[in-house]
Write a protein of this length. Structure first.
Length: 180
């Protein structure tokens, strides 16, 4: 009997409802905030490696290098520019790797270029000279340099399938070869 009198009061009483609602909503909000943070980090790294690939393609496309102390080839210029750009972005150069599989691009000499002309020990794929535009009747195609590499990123999102997953972000850029 006493329970029947107390039951309507308990149903109407809303004390503690805020705590129960917060306990249900806060973990979800925390996961959303973590997701925003980690996807922001991935996007930041993607922007930095894309910029590095663009710098490498631009440096490889130039027929000269005023600041180079060693050999002056498109491959050396491109690899040095990518490594410098990654260093300036506070990214570990040794974590980069050549894309798997290497990009297959038409070569300026005809055929396709599926190999990377990278220096020994570097992790940047530089392909030169590659066809950037299709030759038309009476006009030759534009030749240039292609630079590509991959950089790892590891998410940390607990209770999701992305937790501790390593993904490889791919950066690639092409630039037209400049005449001396």
């Amino acid at each position: 009997m006493k329970l029947l009198r107390i039951l309507p009061e308990l149903i109407v009483d809303a004390r503690g409802a805020e705590i129960a609602e917060a306990a249900a909503v806060l973990p979800l909000m925390f996961m959303i905030l973590l997701g925003i943070f980690w996807f922001g980090q991935a996007f930041s790294i993607y922007g930095a490696i894309t910029r590095a690939a663009q710098d490498g393609a631009r440096a490889g496309a130039l027929p000269y290098c005023t600041t180079c102390t060693g050999p002056n080839t498109p491959v050396v210029n491109a690899v040095n520019a990518v490594q410098n750009s990654l260093t300036v972005s506070h990214l570990n150069v040794s974590l980069a790797r050549q894309p798997i599989p290497p990009p297959v691009i038409n070569s300026c000499g005809g055929g396709t270029s599926g190999t990377c002309n990278a220096l020994g020990g570097t992790n940047v794929c530089v392909q030169a000279p590659v066809q950037l535009s299709t030759p038309t009747a009476g006009a030759a195609g534009v030749c240039g340099v292609s630079v590509s590499f991959q950089y790892p990123f590891q998410f940390w999102l607990p209770f999701t399938s992305l937790n501790n997953q390593r993904i490889w972000l791919t950066a690639s850029a092409r630039a037209r070869t400049e005449a001396p």
